[in-house]
Design a protein around this ligand. Structure first.
Ligand code: ADP
Ligand code: ZN
Length: 293
């Protein structure tokens, strides 16, 4: 079986690994995200002599995933120091003459869950991460969603919770979904890191309010057959039932499907691939690159 290389490029760390076409992960390592020179030096060194037939990269963004664009393969307007306008695919291509797949980390994770995880056998799914930021990727009709660039579903506008006076921390929009509901928003609003708030704290009902509003929009716009929710904040597993109930209340039965009624516990789920969702996704992107070559 062919060996595939995978890079999950995150704002905190880069996880690299080797996998097979069936999604098996054979090796994984991680390097802190510092400067492109240092981090990419370690990444490129890792793949040396590994004999991979393709490399998949799921990256933090914004990125340019549009083939043919002059900045294809770049991390573009990120506020993260050193990484703005960085040619990530170019750096890998300079050293490895193999097909390279490139997409957002969340599109990668959606592809991983679709191919090997919670959404196997379906032809659409949505993956949302609620962590330092909020991002979502989607497979629709068996294909990852792109367009002008890539979707930015973490920055949608949501209805404000009536008891919320927190301004929101998104540097672009203030109180978009990410600004109101990512991990730092919970910490900023309540004056304590999200992980330290007890499960009966009002923070969680408010968090579920925002996430359910976001899922409502995703359901209405994309109609995904499965919603996978990952990221640090979703480690609070008591959020799942709160979100499911609120989504049902918001939809008011308007979308008629068992997935949204009796079967909602199987509709909104945690990543089946667990903490490997991102790396598996990058293996999926490598596999796609091989097919498309
Ligand atoms: P990243 O988004 O940087 O890849 P994570 O998905 O781990 O990383 O998200 C980190 C964020 O998630 C932080 O804002 C942190 O407060 C929050 N977080 C991490 N673990 C937990 C937890 N157990 N409960 C609630 N929030 C958490
Ligand atoms: Zn925003």
């Amino acid at each position: 079986m062919k060996l595939l290389g995978a890079i999950e490029a995150g704002g905190t760390k880069f996880v690299c690994g080797i996998g097979k076409e069936d999604g098996t992960i054979m090796d994984r390592v991680s390097f802190p995200t510092t400067t492109p020179e240092e981090t990419m030096g370690q990444v490129l060194e890792y793949f040396k002599g590994k004999d991979v037939e393709a490399i998949g990269i799921g990256s933090f963004g914004p990125i340019d995933p549009v083939l043919g664009s002059p900045t294809y393969g770049y991390i573009t307007t990120t506020p993260k120091p050193h990484w703005g306008q960085y040619n990530l695919v170019g750096a890998v291509a300079e050293h490895f003459n193999v097909p390279i797949g490139f997409d957002t980390d969340v599109n990668g994770a959606a592809l991983g869950e679709y191919t090997w995880g919670a959404a196997q056998g379906l032809d659409s799914c949505l993956y949302i991460t609620v962590g330092t930021g909020i991002g979502a990727g989607a497979v629709v009709g068996g294909k990852l969603v792109h367009g002008l660039s890539h979707p930015e579903m973490g920055h949608i506008v949501v209805r404000r919770h009536p008891d919320d006076n927190y301004a929101g921390f998104c540097p672009y929009h203030g109180d978009c979904l990410e600004g109101l509901a990512a991990g730092p928003a919970i910490g900023g609003r309540w004056g304590k890191p999200a992980a330290e708030l007890p499960i009966d704290h009002p923070a969680w009902e408010m968090e579920a309010h925002y996430l359910a509003h976001a899922l409502m929009s995703y359901v209405l716009i994309l109609s995904p057959q499965k919603i996978v929710m990952g990221g640090g904040v979703m480690k609070q597993s008591h959020l799942f039932p709160l979100i499911r109930t609120k989504l049902q209340e918001l939809l008011q039965g308007y979308v008629q499907h068992p997935a949204l009624n009796t079967d909602i516990n199987n509709y909104i789920v945690s990543p089946q691939l667990g903490d490997n969702a991102g790396l598996s996704g990058a293996i999926g992107l490598a596999k796609l690159a091989l097919v498309q070559e």
